[in-house]
Design a protein around this ligand. Structure first.
Ligand SMILES: Cc1cc2nc3c(=O)[nH]c(=O)nc-3n(C[C@H](O)[C@H](O)[C@H](O)COP(=O)(O)O)c2cc1C
Length: 276
């Protein structure tokens, strides 16, 4: 008798695990895999400790999706597992709970407080609404967040906030193919600051082309922050549902637009909260 449980994004959207009730075997797809395999099927016959390989596989394939490891841990919590038979590497039949516990430990979030700063300019508040969605999402993930309208706040206050932040989101809507308001002055200042170790992301609402968002991205790329880009997300995690910069046509009203903004904010949260 096979029991199926959905464990999405570990490591693709459609992933589910299968449990054979009579034999108590878990078939978890790529979860709990190792890269290396020798002729022997079982980890206890490998002739070496598989922990390093097991953790290496976790780091490379599963860790980018660690938010969903919580779903997995919940799914396997009450299962009596005698054997784990993943799609790669060794079949595990000893110390089962030790390996599950390793996933719990490695995916745990840091308890150090993290801070984000969001700066935006807007004509009719669509970019402001985007900033609010980012803020709410970060705060739900326990990241302290400050939000600044660059046209209503002092540049000094904004720059101080950026200096003390771990992640910086900068957004503007597009008017006549460029950013609006005071934002450019702030961005120019960033080039003279040492912002090493901070994460940065660009966002904005636009009508048809959204040049401002790309100009912000260019400015951020000129700083020494780690700037998020779709290309880097795909190359480092294989995720295709997270896009940077975050471009939203007109107001972020529709659920799919809100989701797109949340995906980006959650991705940055997860980077900030990673404990290893
Ligand atoms: C005067 C004016 C000029 C605009 N120029 C552009 C443009 O060059 N490219 C573009 O993609 N959108 C352009 N737009 C559309 C705005 O970027 C779009 O309405 C956006 O949703 C506004 O967001 P906001 O409410 O955050 O300002 C323009 C809008 C106005 C009113």
């Amino acid at each position: 008798t096979l029991l199926f449980k959905e464990t999405p994004y570990l490591h693709t959207a459609e992933t589910m695990i299968t449990y054979c009730i009579e034999d108590q075997i878990l078939f978890p797809c790529d979860i709990f895999s190792t890269h290396v395999a020798v002729e022997n099927l079982f980890s206890d016959e490998a002739g070496f400790d598989i922990t390093e390989d097991f953790q290496g596989y976790y780091a490379a394939i599963i860790h980018p999706h660690r938010r969903y490891v919580r779903t997995l841990l919940e799914a396997v919590k009450d299962l009596e597992i005698r054997m784990i038979a993943p799609s790669h590497g060794f079949v595990i039949r000893e110390d089962i709970r030790k390996y599950i516990e390793m996933y719990a430990t490695l995916s745990r979030e840091t308890t150090q407080g993290k801070k984000a700063t969001i700066v935006y300019t807007t004509i009719k508040n669509s970019t402001k609404k985007m900033a609010k969605i980012i803020q709410d999402c970060l705060q739900e993930n326990n990241i302290e967040t400050e939000v600044w309208d660059a046209d209503k706040s002092s540049a000094t206050d904004i720059l101080n906030s950026i200096t003390s932040a771990d992640a910086v989101f900068i957004g503007s809507s597009t008017k006549y193919a460029d950013m609006i308001g005071n934002l450019e002055n702030i961005l120019k200042e960033l080039h003279n600051m040492n912002l090493e170790g901070k994460l940065a992301a660009a966002f904005g609402s636009y009508g048809w082309s959204g040049e401002a968002i790309e100009v912000i991205q260019d400015y951020l790329n000129g700083t020494n922050m780690t700037v998020q880009s779709t290309s880097e997300v795909i190359k480092s995690t294989g995720m295709t549902h997270v896009e940077f910069p975050v471009r939203i046509r007109f107001s972020p009203k529709e659920p799919e637009k809100v989701q797109k903004i949340k995906n980006a904010a959650e991705f940055v949260s997860d980077l900030l909260l990673s404990s290893f």
